[in-house]
Design a protein around this ligand. Structure first.
Ligand code: UGA
Length: 429
């Protein structure tokens, strides 16, 4: 109820660049009507989008409780001819179960069920929603999918207006266009129709393959550390092959957030349920989760003894967000504490959320300022690649330290410059 009230007041209940503007526009125009009442929301709807959370369940698979609960409640009120579009990230087979629930709850209603996963990134979610990278629609017939493609096309036609209203978004818009494989192609070129099951798999497979690229780079970083090669150079070279491309080959602390870890685990779980060997996906997950321990070993290798104080820069799972779910930075803090270090950490946005996800304890506390992270510590570790940390006055900050040691776990800072100030090391170089 509080979330609905916040939206009614024309605001989003979490931070996402440009979203407040869209919510306000919707409320002011009367086109956006937040309600807790399924009947009010759905009784006249031609198209219903289901965008419900699918967190990790107890066995590692997706917890579909919220999805099926919403489907059952919605089923009572959908009108004849309605199109039901699943946007949530779900395991393959969910659509068929949802269809059965709708039929059991409302046996006489005629409806079409489609799966149309979204591919937006936190921090660039508004622009990714307006100018979609690709539009996948699975299931149903041509009439139904064309109707939904039409809605997305109408939204894309608003791109210029939305970008001009939130100028910071244009920065992402340009990035999006540059990174977008389909840039310069028509809207129709970005559209793909598939069967229901394929559409469901496309979302989890996309995320798992991107996660696999990251894990690959992180594994190569460990090889580089042994032989004196540089993982950034290696991936620059590998990524120049257009069949591979450079994106998601940046070695670091590993992938985190509310999507990749959950989706890889979800794919493992549904693969196993189908009786198919999931060890490849499992290894991707395991190597990723070990990455923080690898970085702790690197820190030990720099001669920082257990019991020393360590400063950590960054807590969010990636820059541009306050989200700390499965954040490698928060997990690093906890791994350092476990190894006997005394840890102080900060972040430009994520301290409050971190306090809940990674509570303070003996030997681990949050500080508000970057200065406090450097004060009296033996080493500082960069854990999240916030642009704010790129050009800090490291010379001056180093004066506050007990020992001048620095580890860049995101390969983000200029090595040559940092080496002049610190006993400096970074991942895979
Ligand atoms: C991800 C996908 O990129 C979206 O396409 C997808 O729609 C979304 O999940 C979702 O399923 O909803 P997001 O979780 O916002 O988006 O974050 P990413 O930008 O993909 O980053 C994920 C993690 O990988 C971060 O911890 C980031 O630091 C890490 N990463 C990313 C690397 O360590 N190296 C890289 O080269 C790229």
């Amino acid at each position: 109820p509080e979330k609905i009230e916040t939206i009614k007041s024309g605001k989003s209940y979490f931070y996402e660049l440009g979203l407040d503007n869209l919510v306000k526009k919707g409320i002011d125009s009367g086109n956006l009507i937040p309600t807790l009442d399924y009947e009010e929301g759905l009784k006249d709807a031609d198209v219903i989008f289901l965008s419900v959370g699918t967190p990790s369940g107890a066995n590692g698979g997706f917890d579909l409780t919220y999805i099926f609960d919403a489907v059952e409640k919605a089923a009572k009120y959908i009108k004849d001819g309605a199109i039901f579009v699943q946007r949530s990230t779900v395991p393959v087979g969910t659509g068929q179960r949802a269809i059965s629930i709708i039929k059991a709850t409302n046996p006489d209603v005629k409806f079409t069920y489609l799966s149309s996963p979204e591919f937006l990134r936190e921090g660039a979610a508004v622009i990714d929603s307006v100018i979609q990278d690709r539009i996948v629609i699975g299931g149903g017939d041509k009439g139904a999918s064309d109707k939904v493609f039409g809605i997305f096309k109408d939204i894309e036609n608003m791109a210029e207006e939305i970008c001009s209203e939130t100028p910071e978004i244009s920065k992402y818009a340009n990035n999006n266009m540059v990174n977008n494989n389909h840039s310069g192609h028509s809207f129709e070129d970005k559209c793909l129709t598939t069967c229901l099951e394929s559409a469901e798999l496309i979302k989890v497979c996309s995320n798992t393959l991107l996660a696999t690229k990251i894990t690959f780079a992180n594994n190569v970083a460990r090889v580089c550390d042994r032989v004196g090669a540089n993982v950034t150079e290696v991936m620059d070279g590998v990524g120049m092959d257009r069949r591979i491309n450079r994106s998601f080959l940046y070695a670091g602390l590993g992938f985190g957030g509310g999507c990749f870890p959950k989706d890889v685990k979800g794919l493992i779980s549904s693969t196993e349920e189908l009786g198919v060997d999931a060890s490849f996906f499992q290894k991707v997950y395991d190597v990723n989760m070990e990455q923080v321990d690898y970085v702790v070993d690197q820190i030990k290798g720099m001669g920082v003894e257990s019991g020393s104080r360590v400063g950590v820069l960054g807590l969010a799972f990636k820059p541009g967000t306050s989200d700390v779910r499965v954040s490698p930075a928060g997990r690093l803090c906890k791994a350092l504490v476990k190894s006997g270090y005394d840890v102080v950490a900060t972040d430009p946005q994520a301290i409050e959320e971190s306090k809940i996800e990674f509570p303070q304890e003996n030997g681990f506390r949050y500080v508000d300022s970057v200065e406090d992270v450097f004060k009296d510590v033996s080493i500082v570790v960069l854990a999240t690649d916030w642009p704010e940390y790129k050009d800090l006055d490291y010379e001056k900050l180093s004066e506050l330290m007990k020992e001048k040691i620095f580890y860049d776990s995101r390969n983000f800072l200029e090595k040559e410059k940092m080496e002049k100030i610190f006993n400096f090391d970074n991942l895979g170089a």
